[in-house]
Every structure is written in structure tokens, then in C-alpha cells.
Write a protein that binds this ligand. Structure first.
Ligand SMILES: NC(=O)c1ccc[n+]([C@@H]2O[C@H](COP(=O)([O-])OP(=O)(O)OC[C@H]3O[C@@H](n4cnc5c(N)ncnc54)[C@H](OP(=O)(O)O)[C@@H]3O)[C@@H](O)[C@H]2O)c1
Length: 258
């Protein structure tokens, strides 16, 4: 059994959460240029309004919200239901990254990271799944990270939040495959955005946010569950995680100089 893709985005109703910058903004811009209707969400309303300004009349909804607040997500979804009657694709891109290691491990930051990166997508999925199940169609796409594949330095809260996203998507895929609702797990490598601008090390196989958006939207169109890129980097990390731990940790220590 293979899950459905999306033939064309034109006219499709897409809720992009995390649309104000980086990968999410690039996805929103590309979807708009392909004629999709896009509901733009994140906390910074002024940046969402700026994106909407360049779109056609009626093509966007601006729905500022914080993904850590279930009531705001619920209100946002109700606004979309009233305006458009539903969505065809939930594209959850929003996420936060604060570099944490054992010697600066801050539990408050860790709690915020899990709340935004794991519970955030769970809240959005809980909202949209009932209508998608009723319609026996729809797409749920969640951006995780290759950092969720296995333990890496400076990711003491971010890594676990993204590892859990992988498990969450696998569970969802298993449950939803027979129902006609498609699940897309997105695992980017390094992408040049505001989030990675803080990195003080060389990022291998770095790509632009526009390239990331193209990979994501192409994967969704094809109905892929496991969307990972750039392949030269993500395939290498997929290979590393199947190695025995002593070899895995040796390679990480040898090559990751951060
Ligand atoms: N860049 C990379 O190399 C890379 C690699 C792997 C995975 N990723 C993942 O890709 C996703 C996008 O990252 P990015 O690099 O594009 O970062 P970014 O430019 O910092 O964008 C993050 C987005 O998430 C939104 N956001 C953050 N916290 C939020 C909250 N509590 N409520 C609502 N929106 C929130 C931000 O909007 P507001 O500030 O307006 O709320 C912004 O739109 C993240 O999930 C990240 O983990 C990135």
C-alpha cells in the first residue's frame, strides 16, 4: 500500500506553521507561487503580514499564534475552518534550537524545546486529524531533523525533541496509511536560516531555504513518507546510525569538531 501524493498545489488549502522565516517562509512563498491557498502561522504577525502582502487577494490567511498554546492553535484552526472549510495539508515547520551540552544544560530551555518542537506538532495534529479522518484524505507533514537520527554534540534538548518527532511520525504513518491520510516526515540537514546563523562551525552540505522548500514540496507531491535532504549528508547520517556504538562515537568524535 502506498500513500497519496498531491498532483498539484494550485487551489490546495495549506496551513504552514512556522511561516515567518527560514524553511517555513520559503515553503509558504513557493506554495503561493504555485497557486495554493496558504494560512500563515507563527508568533511574529508583522512578518506574516509582509508575506501576505505579496500574495493575491483571498490567497492567504494570517493567523499569528504560539505553538506552545493549545487554545491559540485551536482558535487558529477554527478560523481556517470558517474561511476555507478545512485544510488539505498541515505543514508544521516551526521549531527552536538552543545549543545545549552537559556543561550548560538548562532544564528551562529543555522544557521549552520539548514544548515547542514535540508537543507543538502533537497539538496541531490532534486538531486536524478528526476532519481528515472524516474526509478520508489530507496530508500531515512535520519537519524534524537529521539531528533526531542519533546523538550529536550541542543538541542535548533539540536532539531528543527531533528523535521523538521521528517516532511520532512513524506511529502516525502506521495508523493513518489505511485511512487515506498521508504522513510526511521531513528530516533536513543543514539549511542556511536565522536558526543556523548562530552556528560557529562549518556546516557540511549546507543548502538554502529555497532548496529545502523545493525538496519538501517535491517529496509531498510524490507521496513520500521519509523526506530527507540533502541526500549526500542525510544518507551518510542514516548509515552512521546503524553502526555499532563504539564505531559511531569514534566517527562523531573524529569528524564533528564542535
Ligand atoms: N536550519 C537548519 O539547518 C535545520 C536543520 C534541520 C531541521 N530544521 C528544522 O526546520 C524548522 C525550521 O527551522 P529554520 O531553520 O527555518 O528556523 P527559523 O528561521 O528560526 O524559523 C523557525 C520558525 O519557527 C517559528 N516558531 C518558533 N517557535 C515558535 C512558537 N513557539 N510558536 C510558533 N512559531 C514558532 C518561527 O516564527 P516566530 O518566531 O515568528 O514564532 C519561525 O517561523 C525547525 O523545526 C528546525 O528544527 C532546521
Amino acid at each position: 500500500m502506498k500513500q497519496q501524493g498531491i498532483d498539484r498545489f494550485s487551489g490546495k488549502r495549506v496551513w504552514v506553521i512556522g511561516a515567518s522565516s527560514g524553511i517555513g517562509e520559503a515553503c509558504a512563498q513557493t506554495l503561493l507561487s504555485k497557486g495554493a491557498k496558504v494560512a500563515l502561522s507563527s508568533r511574529r504577525a508583522e512578518r506574516l503580514n509582509q508575506i501576505a502582502l505579496n500574495a493575491k487577494d483571498g490567497q492567504t490567511l494570517v493567523i499569528p499564534l504560539d505553538v506552545t498554546d493549545y487554545a491559540q492553535l485551536q482558535e487558529g484552526y477554527n478560523t481556517i475552518l470558517s474561511a476555507w472549510g478545512g485544510i488539505d495539508l498541515l505543514l508544521f515547520v516551526s521549531g527552536m534550537y538552543v545549543p545545549l551540552r552537559a556543561d550548560n544544560f538548562d532544564i528551562k530551555v529543555a522544557e521549552k524545546t520539548i514544548d515547542a518542537n514535540l508537543l507543538g506538532p502533537m497539538r496541531a495534529v490532534a486538531l486536524v486529524v478528526p476532519e481528515m479522518l472524516n474526509a478520508q484524505s489530507g496530508h500531515i507533514a512535520i519537519v524534524g531533523s537529521v539531528a533526531g537520527y542519533s546523538g550529536l554534540p550541542k543538541a542535548l534538548a533539540y536532539g531528543p525533541s527531533k528523535a521523538a518527532i521521528i517516532n511520532f511520525c512513524e506511529n502516525l504513518y502506521y495508523d493513518l496509511l489505511p485511512t487515506g491520510v498521508s504522513v510526511h516526515m521531513i528530516s533536513p540537514g543543514f539549511v542556511a536560516t536565522e536558526a543556523t546563523a548562530q552556528n560557529d562551525f562549518e556546516m557540511p552540505a549546507l543548502i538554502s531555504a529555497k532548496q529545502a522548500a523545493d525538496e519538501i514540496l517535491m517529496g509531498i507531491q510524490k507521496g513520500e513518507f521519509d523526506i530527507h535532504f540533502p541526500k549526500r549528508f542525510s544518507r551518510f547520517l542514516k548509515f552512521l546510525r546503524i553502526l555499532p556504538y563504539p564505531i559511531y562515537f569514534w566517527i562523531v568524535r573524529r569528524f564533528v569538531k564542535i
